[in-house]
Structure formats: structure tokens, C-alpha cells
Design a protein around this ligand. Structure first.
Ligand SMILES: [Zn+2]
Length: 397
């Protein structure tokens, strides 16, 4: 390890022979060392919304989510929230995440500041929302542009932090605000765009009524220049063939969120059709609509969604998806997502025998593929033996 990056990788007996004397050694014998997990869609101000009962998307937003997000107007709440949030990500082996803040600039500010202090790479943005929510949670097209621009100028590319322009979704942004989002992308090449697309059928119908001139939901974003290779579109459950074609041509990423989609009853993602239509896909928790911070739990639910569609998801493919695959979705595969010389040493150590049930099951395990599948099906934060950020144990708050 040098400057937080991997200096050499290989079997321990080979590497140990070349280590300079007095190099500190940490032993993880019998465990698996993997690249840290990457979560492509998660909401910072929803750590106290997770596990809220009995609603589908639009009602869930009004009844639980907007109420909690309003509390982030207080910078002290944002700072405490960010500290808990990063602790919880690292405890679950997630070393990079793409994060929605609240509408308040201080939510993104708090996350970036804490992440920079801990050395991790986070991508985040303050939510842009100028209609369709309580007054206390609304910005304006102009103020959202100004606040986002100030955050980009301060944080994008600094200390491993990257900015994502974050209009929540078409329902809570006026055309003027989506135009402002498009302007931010044009003026700052290299920043990301994150939003929600086609999560829930009632949402899709509502978008059509708000944007009657648009061809379809994806067409709304397209008309404001919001599709592209750095655009992370959450959910993508009910896309038409035309929308999928536009996603593929623009190289936008469909970010699938299985625990959230099952919990809110939104639908089952059709990963195979998206992929065969050339749409890039990523995987994410979507906490607090999602029900777990763990990318293991998330991949396990993705497996079950595939099963409901009569298909499967091999464990090695699932693990590739939540590491290198998500890094590729971000265009960051030369920095994170694999264990290779020159990549950041953002790592997770997995214990396949972390619980009595796992240890018991592992007595019948005969291959690495099987071990990975046990981790995926039975694993959660208890299976994370250690998390490293830039080669040192992840710092907690
Ligand atoms: Zn979301």
C-alpha cells in the first residue's frame, strides 16, 4: 500500500517474502478480501425513515419522508445524520456511495466534510425540489442552481468527493428547475446527475399529466439534457422500449433498487431486458425506501427478483456487480472496485462463518462460488469483519 493505493496484490506467502522488515501486518486468515462495496443510490436524510409502515411511493413521501427531511434544515441534525450514515455504510462494507441529501445545502456539505475527513470517496448532491412538497422543503429554480453551483465549486474533485446534480424527480421539479439542472451539467463537465425514473405506476401517470408535451417519462429528462453517461436513474421499473432505447443510446445508467421496490410494492426490475436492450445497470439500496444498508442483502433480493422472473443471478456475478460493476457505472473503474496495483485500497473483509447458521452451513461448502452464495444469502453487517478506506481501518465518528 502506498498513498492509500494498492502497491502489490497476490497470495500472502509470495507478498510476505518481499515486505520490508517492520511492515505492520494484519491477519485475515480464512476470510475473503474484496474491493469495498459501492452503493449507487441512497438517501442521507432517511436514516430514520427506513422501516416506515404500509405505504406506496407517493403516500410514503408525504407521510414519512418529507417530515423527516425537513429536520435537516438544522445543520446540527445534518452533521449528526452524516456521521451516523457514514458509520453505517462502513459497518456494512460500503466504501463509496452515491447519496441524495435533503433540499438543504448543509446536508451535502455535512456529508462531504465528514467523508473527506475519513478519506472516503462519496458522490452526493443537495436535492433540487421546487414544487410538490411542503413549503419548508422547497427551493426555487434559481436558488437550487446557486446552491448546487456553490457546492460543486467547493467540493467537486476535492479530497475524493464528487458532485451529483440531484433533482429529486420530475414531479417535484418545475420545467425551470430541470432546465437549471441541465445548465449545471453543461457548465460542469464531470459532475454526475442522479434522479428517480419510473419507479411507481401512479408516479409515471402523474409525470405524464405534469409534462403533457413530453414523449414519456424518460423523455422529460431527455428534453432538459439530463440523460448521459454520468446520469444515474433510480429504479427504471416501467420503461417503454423507446425509453430503454434512449437510455441505451445516451449511455445512462439504470440503478436497480430491489429491497426498496419490494418494500414499497413498486414492481420487479427487468434486468435482463434492460441489459439486452443495451442499458447499463447498477445496483443500490435506496435506503430509506430500501430496507437494508447492506449490499449483501441488496444483492440477495436482486437474486430473488430474478427468481420471480424465472431466472438466476450467479454469486460471482452479484459480487462483481456491487464492486467493479458499480465502479464501471460511475466510470471510476480505474480507481475503485477491484484489487489491482494503483487502485485505492478501499477494501472489505468478509467472514463466511460470521453467525452460527453461516458457520453451520459452511461445513457443507465445497467451492468459492458456493461460499459467495452463502455470504450473499445469509450475510449482512455481521459478515463484515473489517472495512478499509485507503488502506487503513475505516474511521468511525
Ligand atoms: Zn431514492
Amino acid at each position: 500500500m502506498a498513498d492509500g493505493k494498492i502497491a502489490a496484490a497476490g497470495p500472502a506467502p509470495e507478498l510476505l517474502a518481499y515486505l520490508p522488515p517492520n511492515t505492520p501486518i494484519e491477519h485475515h486468515s480464512g476470510k475473503l478480501i474484496l474491493p469495498g462495496f459501492i452503493d449507487l443510490h441512497i438517501h442521507l436524510p432517511q436514516t430514520k425513515v427506513i422501516a416506515s409502515y404500509g405505504a406506496q411511493l407517493m403516500e410514503w413521501l408525504e407521510r414519512y419522508t418529507f417530515v423527516e427531511e425537513a429536520r435537516y434544515a438544522d445543520p446540527a441534525v445534518a452533521e449528526k445524520g452524516a456521521a451516523f450514515f457514514l458509520d453505517e455504510l462502513f459497518r456494512n462494507g460500503t466504501t463509496t456511495a452515491v447519496v441524495y441529501g435533503s433540499v438543504h445545502a448543509q446536508s451535502a456539505e455535512a456529508l462531504f466534510a465528514d467523508s473527506a475527513r475519513r478519506g472516503s470517496a462519496m458522490i452526493a448532491g443537495k436535492v433540487m425540489m421546487d414544487r410538490g412538497a411542503p413549503e419548508a422543503l422547497l427551493d426555487t429554480a434559481q436558488s437550487s442552481y446557486d446552491d448546487s453551483k456553490a457546492l460543486i465549486d467547493h467540493w467537486h474533485g476535492k479530497d475524493r468527493q464528487l458532485y451529483a446534480v440531484t433533482p429529486r424527480f420530475a414531479i417535484t421539479s418545475t420545467p425551470a428547475q430541470l432546465e437549471a439542472a441541465g445548465a449545471l451539467l453543461k457548465e460542469h463537465p464531470g459532475v454526475y446527475l442522479q434522479t428517480h425514473l419510473s419507479e411507481n405506476r401512479a408516479e409515471v401517470d402523474y409525470v405524464r399529466s405534469l409534462y403533457p408535451d413530453a414523449e414519456d417519462y424518460a423523455g422529460v429528462y431527455e428534453s432538459f439534457g439530463l440523460l448521459g453517461p454520468r446520469s444515474l436513474m433510480g429504479h427504471c421499473l416501467h420503461l417503454s422500449p423507446r425509453e430503454q432505447a434512449r437510455m441505451a443510446e445516451s449511455r445512462s445508467v439504470a440503478v436497480l433498487c430491489p429491497t426498496s421496490n419490494l418494500f414499497l410494492g413498486s414492481g420487479l426490475a427487468d434486468r435482463q431486458t434492460l441489459q439486452s436492450n443495451g442499458v447499463r445497470t447498477g445496483l443500490a439500496t435506496d435506503v430509506g425506501g430500501g430496507t437494508s444498508y447492506s449490499m449483501l442483502r441488496t444483492a440477495a433480493e436482486a437474486y430473488k427478483v430474478e427468481q420471480l422472473r424465472g431466472r438466476s443471478l450467479p454469486a460471482h456475478e452479484a459480487f462483481r456487480w456491487i464492486t467493479r460493476g458499480n465502479a464501471e457505472a460511475l466510470g471510476m473503474e480505474t480507481e475503485i472496485g477491484s484489487i489491482k496495483v494503483g487502485r485505492y485500497a478501499d477494501l472489505v473483509v468478509l467472514d463466511s462463518a460470521a453467525t452460527p447458521a453461516m458457520a453451520h452451513r459452511m461445513e457443507r461448502c465445497e467451492s468459492l462460488e458456493e461460499e459467495l452464495f452463502v455470504l450473499l444469502t445469509l450475510g449482512d453487517d455481521r459478515a463484515i469483519a473489517a472495512t478499509y478506506i485507503r488502506g487503513t481501518a475505516a474511521r468511525t465518528a
